[in-house]
Design a protein around this ligand. Structure first.
Ligand SMILES: [Zn+2]
Ligand SMILES: [Zn+2]
Length: 575
């Protein structure tokens, strides 16, 4: 399997060379940079006078096909650093020159040539261009050189390549499906959220319908937490630099934080996580073993600096609300707490329609904080919890972070893509740094175990995943507008309002479309708004106390008494 992945990367990277060759033929002034393979294909960044157009991409594809038909061998030639500098200076390729310059003098270098195109590259590549049989250019986007907005804006062409045409066709089909479900597109069409340049990139504005959905998720989340013995806390958005010094954030994580603001000569940082605040609550009084376990949850909004180049809709943002919780417990309680957290995670994910998961266990790295005994207890608890639930998991041996082992859960969405959501991880660092303890039954002071856990991850990211999973067609319990009543003519407005009032009294979210439009038009619009039920009312319905039901998935369901429809809709509400 791994071998095959390697081969595929090699194929795709080779295709990137062939693309660069084509671009240099068609746009001799283009400056080449880098062209790595990616999980889905490859790209190459070019410095060009104007952005590439869709017509350019077609031409480039055509030129690539010619290079592939010519079946040029990829010829490797070792080269010294001075030779490489000289060669690429003569070729007037400043980006290559910069990269060569920055490479250590003693590092072996090579150039690869296919036809008349030479690239400075480590390889490897396929034997010849003819090996690239199934490829496609996908899109073009601006990308800063080295991802830094202070550098030149380049044009990045994305493409993909596969071993067979069949695999490529398959991929293109999945891509089309993913595009239809793109949460940025649906977020606009369904009026769920937006991002404003004036507010700032990576900062989400939740519109009324998105806000409605979030409220439903949060209400469900809060209720589930109280039912499972959690308490909910609220903590501020900013905290003094001293706090972040103690936690180690300023030492190890300052790059990922927003800059501080000064208040009365003191620096305050927007919080990148809530943990130190929860620790302060723990420290606010003497804790005894009788108080434990303590489970504190918070929907805490945090701010982290991400480069503008990597921001993406709801899934990569600068401000987000984590569904964070911290469990403080004794060594004896650890295993049961982990088992419960795992069950809780599965309950949450299933409730939102995800039934397909991958579990990952990351274990002790070479450098670690905390005692060996703690690591052993923690890792055993994580393993046992998964085994007791007959969960298959992959182990990243030694791949854990320094402060504690963890379980990550990735969910698979409706079209098979994996998303990281749940994480349950131990922290042996913060309890130490903040020196927290509880009084044991022996009267002595003991360090509690501290577990961080997020089930959905963040509200923003989870919302993005949810939109794509359902393609915007949310199940009844989540749909921001569950039912739309459609009066056929003006004289039916009054009855429509009566129906609305009855449904609302039963707890449903209902709207009436009283616009002066044809019913067919209103139905089509409700359909694109992905509203689960459309209820048409005219003379016959008004007379019979009924509604003509159209469902989003099933189309026309015929006329039903309002009560019968209500009962059926209630039964459909899950969880
Ligand atoms: Zn290469
Ligand atoms: Zn935490």
């Amino acid at each position: 399997m791994l071998k095959k992945d390697d081969d595929l990367s090699k194929l795709r990277h080779s295709a990137a060379h062939v693309m660069a060759q084509a671009v240099k033929h068609l746009f001799p002034d283009a400056k080449v940079t880098i062209g790595p393979p990616t999980a889905d294909g490859f790209y190459y960044d070019f410095d060009v006078a104007r952005p590439f157009t869709p017509e350019d991409l077609e031409q480039i594809e055509h030129e690539m096909s010619r290079n592939i038909q010519a079946d040029y061998p990829f010829e490797r030639r070792p080269i010294t650093k001075p030779e490489a500098l000289d060669l690429f200076q003569r070729m007037d390729e400043p980006y290559k020159v910069q990269m060569i310059r920055e490479t250590p003098d003693d590092e072996p270098m090579s150039v690869y040539q296919q036809g008349d195109f030479v690239d400075w590259c480590r390889g490897p590549h396929v034997d010849s261009t003819g090996k690239i049989r199934a490829f496609k250019l996908l899109s073009v986007a601006g990308a800063y050189w080295r991802g830094n907005e202070k550098n030149a804006m380049l044009q990045r062409i994305y493409g993909t390549a596969f071993f067979t045409q069949e695999e490529l066709d398959d991929f293109m089909q999945r891509l089309a499906e993913a595009e239809k479900r793109d949460h940025r597109k649906l977020g606009r069409e369904l009026d769920l959220f937006s991002i404003s340049e004036d507010v700032g990139p990576g900062l989400i504005l939740w519109h009324p319908k998105g806000g409605r959905l979030r409220t439903i998720i949060e209400d469900f989340w809060r209720k589930a937490h109280y039912e499972r013995g959690y308490d909910l806390v609220y903590t501020p958005h900013i905290g003094r630099s001293k706090l972040w010094q103690t936690s180690g954030h300023l030492e190890f994580y300052a790059d990922g934080m927003f800059a501080p603001m000064e208040v009365e000569g003191q620096e305050y940082y927007p919080k990148p996580m809530s943990c130190p605040f929860h620790i302060q609550i723990f420290k606010s009084r003497q804790r005894s073993y009788r108080d434990l376990p303590l489970r504190w949850g918070e929907l805490g909004t945090v701010y982290r600096y991400e480069r503008s180049g990597v921001l993406h809709g709801l899934t990569r943002v600068r401000g987000f609300t984590q569904d964070d919780a911290h469990i403080f417990c004794t060594p004896e309680q650890v295993e049961e707490e982990i088992r419960q957290a795992l069950d809780f995670a599965l309950f949450m994910l299933r409730s939102f329609g995800f039934d397909n998961y991958q579990f990952y266990l990351s274990t002790q790295p070479e450098k670690f904080s905390g005692a060996q005994e703690q690591w052993d207890t923690a890792q055993q608890a994580l393993r046992r919890a998964m085994e007791s639930r007959e969960i298959q998991y992959e182990v990243d041996e030694g791949g854990g972070v320094f402060y504690g082992p963890k379980i990550d859960v990735k969910i698979k969405d409706a079209i098979g893509r994996e998303w990281q959501c749940t994480t349950i991880h131990f922290d042996f660092n913060l309890p130490e740094k903040f020196d927290i303890y509880f009084t044991g039954s022996d009267g002595a002071q003991h360090r509690p175990y501290m577990v961080h856990r997020a089930l959905l991850g963040s509200m923003e990211r989870f919302f993005g995943v949810l939109i794509e999973h359902y393609g915007g067609a949310f199940p009844l319990w989540l749909a921001p507008v569950q039912m739309l009543v459609l009066p056929i003519a003006d004289r039916h407005h009054e009855y429509a309002r009566q129906v609305e009032a009855r449904l609302e009294a039963a707890g449903f979210r209902v709207e009436v479309d009283t616009r002066n439009e044809k019913v067919g038009y209103k139905i089509r619009e409700a359909q694109t708004q992905k509203i689960p039920y459309m209820l048409v009312v005219g003379d016959k319905e008004a007379e019979a106390g009924a509604v003509s039901v159209r469902s989003r998935e099933g189309g026309d369901q015929g006329a039903q008494p309002v009560d019968a429809f209500l009962a059926a809709a209630r039964a459909e509400l899950t969880p």
